[in-house]
Design a protein around this ligand. Structure first.
Ligand SMILES: NC(=O)c1ccc[n+]([C@@H]2O[C@H](COP(=O)([O-])OP(=O)(O)OC[C@H]3O[C@@H](n4cnc5c(N)ncnc54)[C@H](OP(=O)(O)O)[C@@H]3O)[C@@H](O)[C@H]2O)c1
Length: 224
């Protein structure tokens, strides 16, 4: 479709590859977490960040798959610095465990890429009894971000480099329920529509990013 070739103000289009977008960037000294890094966009994000010398922590629910991906990337980029850590975003206990281990590891954190996601699943509840798409795509990432924020702020202060938090949303945020986010009906199976519920979770990703932007602008103003 013509729209995929249309270039935005950045000079890139939907056809641009991750390698094209990052050409000339040196990520030496930066550390990034990529959620859902064992396949799809997360895998390619991991590979290209590693190509640019970023230390990448693959946060994955299937660590065996994560280690296989790490091995494959190392074959292509022998200098890649990649670690694999277990994270199941549909479980708040798993998110807390991951964040606690990460925060006590002493590693810095410059970039958090909230990429993992499930799409249009039949109605299911997470381990915490919350509708699965909302729990995985939004709540898990919301909690993860909050729990890692102090480490990100500390890294930013010490390195004097602004951090980056990226929430992978989707055009599907336009196709949420008519009332947007159904705060009082998140777990209502009778009115569940898998596409609208996906859109609802992707809308939440955007609202989360907007709110973080406001919050972190205040932080950067206060820390100049
Ligand atoms: N591809 C597109 O065209 C497109 C368009 C718009 C937005 N997006 C967004 O981009 C992101 C990546 O999409 P993708 O196409 O690369 O999807 P994908 O290939 O299906 O990969 C999704 C990743 O998320 C992981 N994941 C799922 N549930 C998880 C959980 N509970 N805890 C931890 N990880 C979990 C999966 O792990 P497993 O391998 O273990 O299942 C997988 O690695 C998603 O947020 C999606 O909404 C994609």
């Amino acid at each position: 479709m013509w729209i995929f070739g249309w270039k935005g103000p950045s000079g890139f289009s939907a056809r641009s590859t991750a390698e094209e977008v990052t050409q000339g960037i040196d990520g030496t000294g930066l550390t990034a977490i990529v959620t859902g890094a064992s396949s799809g966009l997360g895998l390619e994000t991991t590979r290209v960040l590693a190509l640019h010398c970023v230390h990448v922590i693959m946060a994955v629910r299937n660590t065996e798959a994560g280690r296989d991906v790490r091995t494959a990337i190392l074959k292509e980029i022998p200098t890649a610095n990649i670690n694999v850590m277990e994270l199941d975003l549909s479980s708040m206990a798993s998110v807390r465990k991951f964040a606690s281990e990460y925060n006590s590891s002493g590693l810095p954190l410059n970039i958090l890429i909230n990429n993992a996601g499930v799409m249009a699943t039949p109605f299911m509840l997470s381990q915490d009894n919350i509708e699965l798409q909302f729990a995985t795509n939004h709540l898990g990432h919301f909690l993860l971000t909050n729990l890692l924020l102090e480490t990100m702020k500390k890294t930013s202060r010490e390195s004097k480099k602004e951090g980056r938090i990226v929430n992978l949303s989707s055009e599907a945020h336009r196709f949420a329920y008519s009332e947007g986010i159904r705060f009082d009906k998140i777990n209502d199976e009778s009115g569940y529509n898998s596409i609208y519920a996906y859109g609802q979770s992707k809308l939440a990703n955007i609202l989360h990013a907007n709110e973080l932007t406001k919050h972190l602008k205040e932080f950067s103003t206060c820390n100049r």
